[in-house]
Design a protein around this ligand. Structure first.
Ligand SMILES: Nc1ncnc2c1ncn2[C@@H]1O[C@H](COP(=O)(O)OP(=O)(O)OP(=O)(O)O)[C@@H](O)[C@H]1O
Ligand SMILES: [Mg+2]
Length: 374
C-alpha cells in the first residue's frame, strides 16, 4: 500500500471511526436504557437528554477529532513526504550518473530520515570519488597509449629508411650492410619494447611507466647510443659531434630504454626542425661532468624557437606557430614525454634557443654515489 493511502486510512481511523463507534454505542445504550426504563419504570439520563443536545455534542466532538486528525496527518506527511521525494530525486540523479545532487540541508529532518540523508550523502561522495578516479585513470591511460604510439613512429621510420637504403644499394660494402642490418634489428627491438609496455599498461591498468632502473656506466651507455643515432644522422647527411667528458667510472641510476626515448625524442626534434637554409645540419652531443650530476646537452643549428614559445615547449600538445603551420607532422607531445621521464629519474630539463641560430636541450641526472646509496 502506498504511503499516502496509509496516511488517508490513518486519517479516517482517527476522525471518522471513533465517531461511528460512538454513535453506535450511544444508540445501543439508549435502546438498553429504554428497555430497562420500561421494565423498572424509572427515568434515565438518556430519556431526559434532548435529541438536539446529543447531536450538537456529537458534531462538536467530530469536528475536534477531524481537526486533530488533519493536523497530525499533515505533520506526519510533511516530515516524511518532502524528504522522501527529495531523496527520490537524488536517487534518480545518481541512477542517471549525476553525482552532484546535494539534498537540501535546510529542510534536513531529524531522526531516521536524517540518517537516511547522511547515508545518501556518504554514498554520493563515495560514488563521485570513484567516478572521478575512473575518469582520471582513463585519461592517464589514454595519454600513455598516445605517448607510446608517438614513440613507435621513430623506429618505424628508421626501419623503413634502412630497408630502403638496402634495397637502393646504399649499403654497398659488407661493413655497411652489417651496420644497417644491426640498426634495423635494434629499432625492431625498440618497437618490441614499446609494444610490451603497452601490454603491461593494459594488464596492470596503472598510469605509471614501468621503469626498470639499473646502474649504468655513463661513458659506455652514451657511446652505444651515439653509435646508433650516428648512423641514422649520417644517412640524413647531418653532422654529429660527440664528446663525453665524464670520468670512466661515472655511473647513474636510470632505465636505459626510457633514457633512449628521451634522446630519440630530442634528436628527432633537432632533425625535424633543421633550418633548410643552412648548408648542413649539425648536432653537438655533449655529456658533461658536474660535482653531483651529469649534464647532457644536445645542441642543433636548426631554426630555433621564438623566445615567447620557449617556456611552453614542454607542455603537452604545445607546438610553436611555425611548427603548426609547417607541413611537418607532430602532435606536440614529444617533449612532454621527455620531461616526464627525466623528472621520474629525479632530474630536470630545460632548453635554450635563439631563433635562426639553433636550440640546445639540457638535462641533468644525479650521479650514482656508491657510498651514499649503500
Ligand atoms: N630542436 C628544435 N628546434 C626548433 N623547435 C623545436 C625543437 N624542439 C622542439 N621545438 C618546438 O617545440 C615544440 C614542441 O616539441 P614536441 O617535440 O613536444 O612536439 P612536436 O615535435 O611538435 O610533435 P611530436 O613530438 O608530438 O611529434 C615543437 O612543435 C617545436 O615548435
Ligand atoms: Mg617532437
Amino acid at each position: 500500500m502506498k504511503l499516502s493511502t496509509r496516511l488517508k486510512v490513518t486519517f479516517a481511523a482517527i476522525s471518522v471511526l471513533p465517531m461511528v463507534l460512538f454513535a453506535i454505542a450511544f444508540f445501543i445504550i439508549c435502546k438498553v436504557m429504554v428497555y430497562l426504563e420500561r421494565l423498572e419504570n424509572v427515568t434515565s439520563v438518556t430519556s431526559t437528554m434532548p435529541k438536539g443536545l446529543f447531536w450538537t455534542l456529537w458534531i462538536t466532538i467530530f469536528v475536534i477529532l477531524l481537526l486533530i486528525a488533519t493536523v497530525v496527518t499533515r505533520w506526519i506527511g510533511r516530515s516524511v513526504f518532502s524528504p522522501i521525494s527529495d531523496l527520490k530525486i537524488g536517487m534518480q540523479q545518481i541512477a542517471e550518473g549525476n553525482f552532484e545532487y546535494v539534498l537540501d540541508a535546510d529542510e534536513a529532518p531529524t531522526g531516521e530520515i536524517a540518517e537516511l540523508y547522511k547515508n545518501y550523502e556518504d554514498m554520493r561522495l563515495k560514488l563521485k570519488e570513484s567516478a572521478d578516479e575512473a575518469i582520471q585513470n582513463e585519461a592517464k591511460n589514454r595519454e600513455l597509449i598516445t605517448n607510446i604510439s608517438h614513440d613507435l613512429k621513430t623506429p618505424i621510420t628508421a626501419i623503413k629508411g634502412y630497408v630502403e637504403g638496402i634495397m637502393d644499394g646504399v649499403a654497398d660494402t659488407p661493413e655497411k650492410m652489417d651496420k644497417y642490418i644491426k640498426t634495423v634489428y635494434n629499432k625492431a627491438n625498440d618497437m618490441d619494447r614499446l609494444i610490451n609496455e603497452l601490454t603491461i599498461y593494459s594488464r596492470i591498468d596503472a598510469n605509471r611507466i614501468p621503469y626498470t632502473f639499473l646502474r649504468l656506466n655513463v661513458k659506455d651507455y652514451f657511446n652505444d647510443c651515439i653509435e646508433e643515432i650516428g648512423l641514422d644522422l649520417e644517412s640524413k647527411n647531418i653532422e654529429l659531434n660527440y664528446e663525453n667528458l665524464v670520468p670512466e667510472e661515472t655511473r647513474i641510476i636510470a632505465d636505459p630504454e626510457q633514457l633512449k626515448r628521451v634522446i630519440n625524442n630530442i634528436v628527432s626534434n633537432s632533425v625535424k626542425y633543421m633550418d633548410k637554409e643552412k648548408p648542413k645540419g649539425i648536432i653537438n652531443f655533449s655529456v658533461i661532468d658536474e660535482p653531483d650530476d651529469i649534464r647532457v646537452e644536445i645542441e642543433d643549428n636548426g631554426r630555433g624557437i621564438p623566445a615567447k614559445d620557449l617556456p611552453n615547449i614542454f607542455e603537452r600538445f604545445f607546438r610553436s606557430d611555425s611548427s603548426r603551420n609547417s607541413a611537418k607532422g607532430g602532435s606536440g607531445i614529444g617533449l612532454s614525454i621527455v620531461k616526464k621521464i627525466v623528472e621520474d629519474h629525479g632530474g630536470y630539463i630545460w632548453a635554450t634557443s635563439k631563433e635562426g641560430e639553433g636550440t640546445c636541450m639540457h638535462f641533468v641526472i644525479r650521479k650514482y654515489e656508491e657510498n651514499a646509496n649503500e
